[in-house]
Structures are given as C-alpha cells and as structure tokens.
Design a protein around this ligand. Structure first.
Ligand code: PMV
Length: 319
C-alpha cells in the first residue's frame, strides 16, 4: 500500500550557501525562506519486503541518477535494514532548474517514508532528516516564513509566520527549462575552496539573517526587500568568483532584474531573488502581483511565469 506525501518548494531570501560539515550535510550559515503553495511535489513510497532493490521514478521516468541519494535518505529515516522501496515522485514544475525541487522532494520523501515505516517523529526531527539529504529541504517541513538556525551539532527550525499571517506572492519567471549545469552541492564546495569572498560571505550572514528576522516580525516589506536582494547578490558574487566560475544566470535573468528595478522605480512593492539556476523569483505584496506578473511575462527571454502564495509544510496525503 503506497504512502503519499506532498511538500512545496521553498525560496530562500537569506540564502544557505556552504556546508559546515559535509558528512552530515550541516549548513555553514543560517537561512530564511518562504514555503510556496501552488508548486508541489507528490511522493509515493511503497515498501516491499520481497523487493531486492529500491526503484525511483521521477515524473513517469525511471531515474537511476538520483537513486543513490534517495536510498541514502530512506536509510537515514528507516535504518539500513529497511525493506526496499518503490518511490514515485511527481512535481508540477521544472525540476533540477533552480526551483528548489530537491527541497520539496526530500521533504515529502522523509514524511512518506517515516509514515510508511510506522514511525511518529516530530516535524523538527523530520526536518533534520530532510536537511541531511538536501540542506534546503529541512525548511519545507514548515509552512509560511521559516528560519533555519545552525546549532553546534544540528539545525533548528522556527516558523516565523504562517502563510495567512503575512500574505506574500511569489512570481517565478522561468527563463530556461533545462537542468542546471552544476548541482548546488558541488557548487557550494567549489565556492568554499576557491572563492576569495567565501569567508566574507560567512562572516556577514548573521547580520543579514537578523535583519530579515526583524523585518518579518515587523512585517516591514521594504526592509525585507533590501536585505534579501543584497543577500542574493552576495551569494551570486561568491559563485561568480569561484574557480571555475559558477554563473547560473542568462540574459533573461538580468532582463528580469531590470524589470523588477523598473517596477520599484514605479513604487511597486516587489523585490527579486535568484537561486542556483536562471529563474528569477519576484516577491511582492498581493495587490502588486498582477502588475509584476504582467511585467515579467513581457520581459524578453521569459518563457512563462508561475505564481504562488505562501503555503503549508510537508504532510501526508494518503496513509
Ligand atoms: O539544498 P540545496 O543543496 O539544494 O541548496 C540550496 C541552495 C540555494 O537554493 C541556492 C539557497 C537556499 O538557501 O535554498
């Protein structure tokens, strides 16, 4: 009998870039994110005592390339003596393209697997398990606006606001559908070893994180906008100054940034953020959403836009 869980991707405003402990996949910095509502990954896990191997299907295709990571995650949730599993993942948005598909996938996977094996774990325990597979996945266990803090031995998560407490809209400008050239894990490692800006990035992160937490508490959109854009550009500066350089942007990403700047000059409450991929995410107050979406739709190089409010954390759909 399959267990089905669903999770939404989250978009970091204060970014996680770099690991403190590679083996345990512990982030080097605190981060803060928005969990989306309308993009989603549905994960079905069926344990089979008689099966000899795990099997992974992503969006109707067998996916051997991702299987080892999924099997490791199942081991960490259920133990190495667990029965093998058939895992079927379906996302309603492009995967591996900088839209945090690994966050929603691993968040849904730990929820489905732990339920399937009959465990009752706290959301924090599930988030830590998801985080050991993909750092950003820990945040998708919670809805709304989420803070992830690095403790000495483990991460802690703190939902700062429910989706309804501060309704924000996110417009994603999709500028390329393909998979990203370098995965975020390898890219972070490269940055840590080679970027001359990496140590500055680490040392300035606590101040950005505090500013963002305070901005959320005060519902101060302008303050959140300023620190989020700055933090995003700082992370990309670290990427650009890695050797070889990691540049996820394309011409349309820059054009979208210009569009957001023009909207800001028109006093629209909107700001941008960009992750490990060429898509730009514009965060705005709900009243500005249609103007922002129209402007991004008309920006050269934008293939399509997606829109989402803030949503809930990962959960079981069918036991
Ligand atoms: O969780 P990962 O390994 O896919 O890394 C996520 C990295 C960024 O999306 C660029 C930043 C973040 O905090 O989500």
């Amino acid at each position: 009998m399959p267990v089905i869980a669903e999770a939404q991707p989250n978009i970091a405003l204060i970014k996680y870039w770099g690991k403190r402990d590679e083996a345990r996949n512990l982030p080097a910095v605190d981060s803060l994110s928005l969990t989306l509502a309308s993009l989603r990954t549905r994960m079905s896990v069926t344990f089979d005592e008689h099966a000899e191997k795990d099997l992974l299907t992503i969006n109707n295709e067998i996916a051997p390339g991702m299987l080892a990571r999924v099997s490791d995650c199942l081991d960490s949730v259920c133990g190495c003596r667990r029965p093998r599993a058939s895992v079927v993942s379906e996302s309603n948005f492009p995967i591996g393209a900088g839209l945090a598909s690994s966050a929603s996938a691993f968040a849904a996977l730990v929820v489905a697997a732990s339920h399937g094996i009959g465990q009752t774990l706290t959301t924090l325990a599930l988030a830590r398990l998801a985080g050991s597979a993909s750092g950003s996945a820990a945040r998708s266990l919670f809805g709304g606006i989420v803070a992830l803090r690095c403790g000495p031995e483990e991460i802690n998560l703190d939902p700062l606001a429910e989706a309804a407490d501060w309704p924000l809209e996110v417009i994603v400008a999709v500028t390329e559908e393909g998979q990203k050239p370098v995965g975020s894990g390898a890219a972070m490692q490269r940055s840590a070893y080679t970027s001359p800006f990496y140590s500055a990035w680490l040392s300035r992160q606590p101040a950005d994180f505090r500013l963002a937490v305070d901005a959320v508490a005060a519902r101060d959109f302008a303050a959140l906008a300023a620190v989020s854009e700055h933090n995003c550009l700082k992370m990309h500066s670290v990427m650009w100054t890695s050797r070889p350089a990691i540049v996820y942007w394309n011409a349309a990403t820059l054009a979208c940034m210009e569009t957001v700047r023009a909207l800001q000059r028109d006093r629209q409450p909107v700001f941008f953020t960009i992750d490990a991929g060429p898509q730009l995410k514009a965060v705005c107050l709900p009243d500005a959403a249609s103007v922002v979406r129209d402007a991004l739709d008309q920006t050269e190089g934008v293939l399509r836009t997606l829109q989402s409010g803030l949503g809930a954390g990962a959960r079981i759909l069918r036991p």
